[in-house]
Ligand binder design. Sequence first.
Ligand code: 5GP
Length: 219
Amino acid sequence: MASETQSISGTLKRRGLMFVLSSPSGAGKTTISRKLLDADSAIRMSVSVTTRPIRPGEVDGKDYHFTDRATFDRKVENGEFLEWAEVFGNCYGTPVAQIAQGLEQGQDFLFDIDWQGTQQLSQRMRDDVVPVFLLPPSVEELRRRLTTRGTDSAEVIAGRMARAQSEISHWDGYDYVIVNDDVETCFAKVREILAAERMRRVRQNGLIGFVRELMKSDA
Ligand code: 5GP
């Protein structure tokens, strides 16, 4: 009966997931994140708190919640972060409030966080985290992407390369690693991972009841 079918499928609520995209700068993470948010209305960006100064074009509350060091430290002490880390001299943290309730309601979140944050999330909420790492296709391409202006000095470029290489060294803390040699191919892979992860048994809260119904011999 139709009404019975509806009541069974109605129990199949899914728990949300935490989709983490990490990469060194120059591997195309920002482009992939934007494309994903545009293409998939079921995933929302987790907006971090940071002590880094706001950059031109950034919007407070959308790109980050910008704050000062004293306020950040107080939030750490009050346990307001799911994870936090110091990255290249600035502090970044994921506010706990928006996430916990969202996951419960089936909301997926996209995280642009570094390897330290990914490690903390994985330790705290392993079943909820889908950690994905993007790699640049080659050293030459990485250098090209990190050379933003013809005026960048050799020293500035060497500094960016060293940072990128130190971030790359944490690739093995991730379940998925994608070499981003073509944006569209990389994006397609990201979407495939997300689609498959949404179907994991652990995320399908109502399965036990649903399967019991299917197994009823008198149905
Ligand atoms: P940017 O200052 O360029 O926006 O970000 C610098 C680095 O900080 C990036 O690698 C980014 O992934 C990382 N990051 C941004 N927000 C967070 C956060 O909430 N937690 C952690 N652990 N890293 C973050």
